[in-house]
Design a protein around this ligand. Structure first.
Ligand code: WT7
Length: 650
């Protein structure tokens, strides 16, 4: 598996406009390159200066201690409170009355909180937690809909030094149970219900099922949202609104060490039990603060909307910590993007004057398939910058985002990072770096990224290989909760401790740009050539009939593996032999005969995780005609797989 052959051809290149450059925080490539060099040559000087922009309670004595590799310590001995960084510093200054959170519920209800109001809300939440005995170092699970109280809960924990562990509101009781047990959580914050696609999700009932018999949980705090009836256990359960009525507005923030744990966030990976990724305070705040400011070119008047759920790292870093640390106005939306109509997001953009929009390729492909008219019907002139994250974006979807959403005016930042990295690591800076559709481009400050072979030797430009990162960065994970051995094994053993291994394939092109080629598990071997499934998928999606494609290998006597493609087709196209033949030719023309799929199958939908990633592992089993193995609880919709299996038998 030493070299992945890269076959994607993409020559389009988009320079930032002069207009954008003029106002940008970093407006030319030379400035980026100079700052990048400095951040690599002297990370302590560079990040020390950034850290000094945050309100420390007590200064640090040393910027970085990397002597206990692979466990970094950043801003050693510094004392800081993440909630104060996000809230207090703004609430007592000129941003007092500026909107911090602008929220819409799925049914259309609207709420706004200024920084001064946010300070009161989070302080009361923090006091409510304290009133039930939650204290510094305790783990608190949060299982909530996307309502403002979710942000209050997260920040309230941070204020008193409790470690939050947010569990995405779409997860099942089983997934909650694993996470609450692994983290040894002593309290859970939930809501009666939340709105999704016009229905109420019964969150409190799911929590009750999940934690039945878990003794560590002494309190379940329930926020009233959907007014649905809920099961109740006296003694353990409290209504948040009742408790909030009894506590006062003032809660002094806890003095936290820079390396105290701020939160755990579980990431499932393709196999095995979920890993509790551990992030600490000082470095994480510096990383999210800086990337929000630079990558999203944040300006005082921006209305920033990251459409992720707070249940994912994207929501932690770019709805809560990063933007609020910068004193920004952030948007939050509770529901589905097509509720009550397919233009809901664009209506939101128009209504609230969103200027920076950050979303995921899976959402972009859905919008594409729903039709341009739902987008163009609304005024998008407030938008000035677009972002994407979560998986490689195929150039077709990138071009659609650029043209239809951004009206060719907005730069696109394709940001590569992970739950583990805490903040964005590879990305264009919108005023400084020309973009190429489908390319995450250049490393962010302090990120020493390499493309290497199995032995850890750098591969020549143009060749595919493994992405590796040589230096520690402030917001990196500090380990896996309760399992240091697994941390070392998963991320550091591949290259004998020399580099962090994210598990992604990549290629560096002649301009030094890094193209992410997807998870290294997502490659296939055709006649001895390793191909990235993502590149073949991009070729398929560039055919007008195809909305989404997933490519997986199936065993083949002659070629080792044969290429099997699952595709969903757009409205107005007919599946059948003729389209199959056309698509095979299309891929052969775009990439080469080598990449021509052996099988093409049409599906109504592809199996995805709840964060929108295609579960190729399941499709591999289906393509090979095997029983489906491994965990399917993280699937968004099992019926998609059931239909594919039914199709198999027919
Ligand atoms: C994996 C991390 C970071 C927040 C969301 C996902 C893939 C993420 C990109 C991108 C290509 C990307 C990688 C990475 N990924 N962003 N811009 N281009 N691939 O967090 O669930 O921890 O997943 O998502 O494979 O390793 P996550």
């Amino acid at each position: 598996m030493s070299q992945i052959k890269s076959v994607l051809k993409e020559d389009r290149r988009f320079e930032p406009s002069d207009e954008f450059r003029k106002l940008a925080r970093i407006g030319d490539f030379e400035t980026y390159a100079r700052m990048y060099k400095e951040s690599i040559d002297d990370p302590e000087g560079f990040f020390g200066r950034i850290a000094d922009e945050l309100p420390w309670i007590e200064p640090y004595s040393k910027v970085l201690d990397w002597s206990d590799k692979p466990y970094a310590k950043w801003f050693v001995d510094g004392k800081i409170n993440a909630c104060s960084v996000c809230v207090d510093q703004h609430a007592s200054g000129p941003r007092r009355d500026k909107t911090a959170i602008l929220w819409e519920g799925e049914p259309g209800d609207l709420r706004r909180y200024s920084y001064a109001e946010l300070q009161v809300e989070v302080s009361r939440f923090a006091n409510a937690l304290k009133a039930r005995g939650v204290k510094k170092g305790d783990r608190v699970a949060i299982y909530m809909p996307m309502i403002p109280e979710l942000a209050f809960a997260v920040l309230g924990c941070a204020r008193i030094g409790a470690i939050h562990s947010v569990i995405f509101g779409g997860f099942s009781a089983h997934s909650i149970r694993d996470r609450v047990e692994d983290g040894g959580c002593s309290a859970v914050i939930t809501a009666d219900g939340g709105w999704r696609r016009g229905k109420v999700l019964p969150l409190k009932a799911v929590v009750d099922e999940a934690i039945a018999g878990i003794d560590s949980v002494h309190t379940v705090f329930t926020v009233r949202r959907a007014e649905n009836t809920v099961p109740w256990q006296d003694g353990r359960d409290v209504w948040m609104h009742e408790l909030l009525a009894e506590v006062d507005d003032d809660c002094p923030p806890e003095r936290m060490d820079s390396e105290d744990t701020l939160f755990l966030l579980y990431t499932s990976g393709s196999t095995g039990k979920p890993k509790g990724i551990r992030h600490t305070t000082g470095g994480y705040m510096v990383g999210t603060y800086l990337t929000t400011r630079i990558v999203f070119d944040l300006r005082e008047e921006d209305v920033f909307w990251c459409t992720a759920d707070v249940g994912w790292i994207t929501g932690h870093s770019y709805i809560i910590y990063g933007p609020l640390a910068n004193g920004a106005t952030v948007c939050m939306y509770e529901g589905a993007p097509n509720q009550p109509h397919a233009g809901r997001f664009w209506e939101f953009v128009e209504k609230h004057g969103v200027s920076v929009l950050y979303t995921a390729p899976t959402a972009i492909r859905s919008f594409m398939s729903w039709g341009d008219e739902h987008v163009t019907k609304f005024d998008r002139s407030s938008l000035r910058l677009l972002g994407t994250v979560g998986e490689p974006i195929n150039p077709e979807a990138w071009m659609w985002y650029h043209r239809t959403v951004g009206e060719e005016r907005c730069p696109i930042v394709d940001t590569w990072w992970q739950t583990e990295t805490g903040s964005i690591l590879i990305t264009p800076l919108p005023g400084a770096v020309a973009t190429k559709p489908g390319c995450a481009t250049v490393p962010f400050f302090g990120v020493d990224a390499l493309v290497v072979d199995e032995e850890g030797n750098e591969v020549p430009d143009g060749a595919g290989g493994l992405l590796a990162i040589r230096k520690p960065w402030p917001s990196m994970l500090r380990g896996i909760w309760g399992d240091d051995a697994r941390y070392e094994e998963t991320y550091w053993s591949k290259f004998d401790g020399r580099y962090y291994f994210p598990g992604d394939g990549a290629r560096r092109d002649e301009d030094g740009y890094i193209w992410i080629m997807g998870r290294v598990d997502d490659v296939l071997n055709v006649s001895g050539h390793l191909l990235s499934t993502m590149e073949i998928e991009s070729a398929l999606v560039s055919h007008p009939s195809i909305v989404e494609a997933a490519v997986v290998p199936r065993p083949h006597e002659l070629t080792g593996e044969a290429i099997c493609a699952f595709c969903t087709i757009g409205p107005g196209f007919q599946s059948g032999d003729e389209l199959v033949a056309q698509l095979k030719e299309h891929v052969a023309k775009e990439i080469g005969k080598l990449a021509r799929p052996a099988d093409i199958r049409f599906a109504e939908a592809l199996p995805k995780t709840r964060s929108g990633k295609i579960m190729r592992r399941l499709l591999r089993d289906i393509a090979a005609g095997r029983e489906i193995e491994g965990d399917t609880t993280t699937l968004e919709d099992y019926s998609v797989v059931a239909r594919l299996l039914g199709d198999e038998k027919a």
